[in-house]
Structure formats: structure tokens, C-alpha cells
Design a protein around this ligand. Structure first.
Ligand code: PGA
Length: 253
């Protein structure tokens, strides 16, 4: 059965002290969390070592990087490689968040390279996809998202995609307070699974955790996560408040 996941994306927020206080509250609350659920904390690079140490051996909680570079090593000032992340014990990385795509011009092809280097080093990527408002208004979101998947993931083997994590995040719902309706989330996430099943078969498609992201809050998490093809969430704003994020974790199926 595929994993149900509550993933936090702190983005460029919080000081180390604030981040550690938040993590302490989350760890306390997740000690009793069902072990089949996973909690992934996407924290800024400078905090990864500290947060990872704080998590210790709490099995169901992971620290994740919010980005990585597509090259193994070399003269790329300011970038962080997957090997570096592995060397400090990090196991997960968010790849292709819409803010990276928009502000840092990350293309589908570039993200395919990032996914490849993740697999080369045994890192688990959380691959983000999702359409901007104009595409949603033109009702062409399915084709748009299918192209993102095809161009960044569909060169992978069935083994690599088995148990993979995708976050569907409609850009018009990120940080806007405007959540996709339960029906909109279910419809496109079922479509994502269908596109994967058409290429890789239903066993692979059914093993993939597809998270929803975009203004997930304590008040709406339960109903969104209850949708059949929604396997949890990638949460920005509401992941910065311990009580809200703990409610979101407890809303997983
Ligand atoms: P939000 O962000 O929950 O603040 O909308 C989600 C995300 O960008 O991952």
C-alpha cells in the first residue's frame, strides 16, 4: 500500500531557533503517529544537519532539502549537490517546486537531470508538478501536467518509479488561500495516476504517493486527504505553525 505523507515546505522562512522549536513540537506529536504515515520536513539548507540530529531515530520523520543541483560536483558556486546532502544523512529532496521553476527558470529537462542524479545517489525525490492559473482557466491542466511528468520522469524505469512521491500543486492555489476543491484535486490526481498507469502499469501507478499542495490548512486537510487519489499534502504556510501542522499530520488517512 502506498504511503500517506505530510510534507512541510518551510521555504525561506524561520530562524534556526524557531525551526528547532517547531520541530520539537512536531516530534512530540508524531511519537504516537501511525508508523505507516511519514512526516517530511523540507527545511532550509543551513538547518538540515541540526534538524536531522534533532529527529534522531524517530523512524517516521525525515528532514528534506528543498532543492539540489543537477551536477555531481564542480565549479557551481552556491549550489548544493545530492552527494553533499547524502553525506550529512539526508534522504529526501524536493525537486521542481513551482517557485524554483518560476524564479529560477527550472525547465522540465533540467528537472529530469535532477531526478537522475537523485537516483544515482539513492536520494528520494519529491517531484512537484502543477499548472498556472491561465492553464487552469483554459481547462488544459491535464495536458500541461502530463507533459511535466513525461519530460521529467518518463525516462525512468518502472523500478525507479515504484514508491515514488509526486506533489501536485496548482500554482494558483499556492500561498493564495485559494485551495483546489476536493473534486478538482481528486480529478487531476486520478488523471496523473492514469497517465502513469498507461505507461508503467497499474501496479507502479498505485504504489506512487501523490500529495496535494496549495493552501492546505488545518481546517481543510482532512477532506482533501480523504480523496481516493490524494495521499497527503505538501504544506507551505500552515507547516510553520506547530499546532496547524500537527492537525494536518493527524488528518492523513
Ligand atoms: P502553501 O504552499 O501551503 O503556502 O500554499 C505550498 C507549497 O508551495 O508547497
Amino acid at each position: 500500500m502506498r504511503k500517506q505523507i505530510a510534507a512541510a515546505n518551510w521555504k525561506m522562512n524561520l530562524t534556526l531557533e524557531q525551526g528547532m522549536a517547531l520541530t520539537a513540537d512536531i516530534l512530540k506529536a508524531t511519537l504516537t503517529t501511525d508508523i505507516t504515515h511519514q512526516v517530511i520536513l523540507g527545511v532550509p539548507f543551513p538547518y538540515l544537519i541540526a534538524i536531522k540530529a534533532q529527529i534522531g531515530n524517530q523512524e517516521n520523520v525525515f528532514a528534506a532539502a528543498q532543492n539540489c543541483y543537477s551536477k555531481a560536483s564542480g565549479a557551481y558556486t552556491g549550489e548544493v549537490s545530492v552527494e553533499m546532502l547524502k553525506s550529512i544523512g539526508i534522504t529526501h529532496v524536493i525537486v521542481g517546486h513551482s517557485e524554483r521553476r518560476e524564479y529560477f527558470n527550472e525547465s522540465n529537462a533540467m528537472l529530469a537531470d535532477k531526478i537522475n542524479i537523485c537516483f544515482e545517489y539513492g536520494m528520494t525525490p519529491i517531484f512537484c508538478c502543477g499548472e498556472p492559473l491561465a492553464i487552469r482557466e483554459a481547462e488544459t491542466q491535464n495536458g500541461f501536467v502530463a507533459t511535466q511528468l513525461e519530460e521529467s520522469l518518463f525516462h525512468l524505469s518502472p523500478e525507479q518509479l515504484t514508491g515514488f512521491i509526486i506533489a501536485y500543486e496548482p500554482i494558483w492555489a499556492i500561498g493564495t488561500g485559494k485551495t483546489a476543491t476536493n473534486e478538482q484535486a481528486q480529478e487531476i490526481q486520478a488523471y496523473i495516476r492514469k497517465v502513469i498507469a498507461a505507461k508503467y502499469g497499474s501496479t507502479v501507478a498505485d504504489s506512487i504517493s501523490i500529495l496535494y499542495g496549495g493552501s492546505v490548512k488545518a481546517a481543510n486537510a482532512k477532506e482533501i486527504f480523504a480523496q481516493q487519489d490524494v495521499d497527503g499534502g505538501l504544506v507551505g504556510g500552515a507547516s510553520l505553525v506547530a499546532t496547524d501542522f500537527v492537525t494536518i499530520i493527524n488528518s492523513l488517512k
